[in-house]
Design a protein around this ligand. Structure first.
Ligand code: S3P
Length: 426
């Protein structure tokens, strides 16, 4: 059990941790490339370290330098078959992307994960990879980790995505690059496109036409240098915090502004929130600074394709319903039920615990503004880093609300508390 002293406001500037999605992909694509790549400023958290360890197990060498790694590899055509199981820890991105990468290897692999990851759906990658000829066997009718990849040469196929998921799309892309003929993957909605964008820097130009991606087999990826920007999904907690804490003024520096990631900025605009964005680079994955001040704001109803572009920010957006003049309703977000926790259930539980009126739907929730705080609230983090960080903000905003545990923040934002403290005026 932990609780935090009340904080009156948050002021100052902050650099958020490096982007988790881009860090995973920078490690993976650099290991696939033949030669020496450089990854500067990667996120080193439990999730990305799981990806790094898995790639080291197939032969990629990570040489530590000042601000990142040189990754030296003989290329994905020369990966070695690991002599032990691969543990993806808590990371869905590691599990899904590496299942795609390794399914194309024509080698034997076993992947597993922690208690939480072993409950998350893997059928979403196993089934479409099967269409490419992959032979993967997994627990409970091919649904859950641990899974085993049996050696097979992949062939190209035409695949229509069933879930709006960048992890599934990326798994198919990584497998398709190793197949013996062309693969077409059609997404249901535009999801984060880091894999597609970054592959260009590694010398692979995918043909993209709207939701359709053409993947042709390649012999090699060329090494390159990647500098990882700040994670918009981590910045989201500070955008939210500025609206939660009266008189707050926060400048978030060097954060990734890829449009497939920062749908929350459009949502905030729709809620009447003013903020300033100063774009610093729009080559590859764009990044810049965001300045936001505390202000009053309206609620909103969110549904449709934008959900894929705010998927990790929805818990934070839903918590803002406590403070908005009118309710915040989120629909079409059934994917939240299979994240690190059931994030709909987690947010409904915590916001009700605080004293708010909340409606729960299969595919979302509706949060009404808070009338009276329950000072005795016992918040739960459900072993989920994003839920834990929202709980920390709520505890600091209202003062002394208790939280069952916050250890899970290691997954994406290990120094979250000291970053919040650096802005806190008691
Ligand atoms: C991620 C994609 C999203 C996101 C996750 C990271 C990625 O998952 O929730 O935190 O790096 O590709 P889905 O693709 O399953 O929606």
């Amino acid at each position: 059990m932990i609780s935090f002293e009340k904080v009156n406001t948050l002021k100052g500037e902050i650099v958020v941790p490096s982007d988790k999605s881009i860090s995973h992909r920078a490690f993976i694509l650099s290991a696939m490339a033949e030669g020496k790549s450089k990854v500067l400023n990667p996120l080193l958290s439990r999730d990305t370290l799981a990806t790094k360890a898995a790639l080291a197990a197939v032969g990629a060498k990570f040489i530590e330098i000042d601000n990142g790694f040189i990754i030296e590899s003989e290329g994905f055509r020369n990966f070695i078959e690991p002599n032990d199981i691969i543990n993806c820890e808590n990371s869905g991105t590691t599990a899904r992307l590496l299942t795609g990468l390794f399914a194309g290897q024509n080698k034997y692999f076993v992947l597993t994960g922690d208690n939480s990851l072993r409950k998350r759906p893997m059928g979403r990658v196993i089934e479409p990879l099967g269409k490419l000829g992959a032979y993967i066997v997994a627990r409970e009718n091919n649904r859950f980790l641990p899974l085993t990849i049996i050696p097979r040469q992949l062939k190209g196929a035409d695949i229509v995505g069933k879930v709006k998921s960048a992890q599934v799309k990326s798994a198919i892309i990584l497998a398709g690059l190793q197949a013996d003929s062309k693969t077409i993957y059609t997404e249901q909605a535009v999801t984060r496109n880091h894999t597609e964008l970054m592959l260009k820097s590694y010398g692979v130009d995918l043909k993209i036409d709207g939701l359709k991606i053409e993947i042709n087999p390649v012999d090699r990826l060329k090494p390159c240098e990647i500098s990882v920007p700040g994670d918009f999904s981590s910045a989201a907690f500070f955008l939210g915090a500025a609206l939660m804490f009266e008189n707050a003024e926060i400048l978030i520096k060097n954060v990734g502004l890829n449009s497939t990631r920062c749908g929350m900025l459009d949502i905030l605009k729709g809620m009447g929130v003013n903020f300033e964005v100063n774009l610093k680079s729009d080559i590859g994955d764009p990044f810049g600074d965001i300045f936001i001040q505390h202000q009053e704001f309206e609620g909103i109803k969110i549904d449709g394709d934008i959900v894929a572009n705010i998927i990790d920010e929805i818990p934070m957006i839903s918590a803002l319903g406590l403070f908005s003049k009118t309710p915040i309703e989120i629909r079409g977000a059934e994917e939240l039920r299979v994240k690190e926790s059931d994030r709909i259930k987690a947010m409904v539980y915590n916001l009700r615990e605080i004293g708010a009126e909340v409606e729960e739907f299969d595919d979302g929730l509706k949060v009404y503004s808070l009338k009276e705080i329950n000072k005795k609230a016992n918040l739960k983090s459900f072993d989920d880093h994003r839920i834990a960080m929202i709980n920390i903000l709520l505890s600091k905003r209202f003062g002394q609300l208790s939280i069952d545990e916050i250890d899970s923040i290691d997954v994406s934002f290990p120094d979250f508390i000291s970053k919040v403290d650096s802005l806190s005026l008691k």
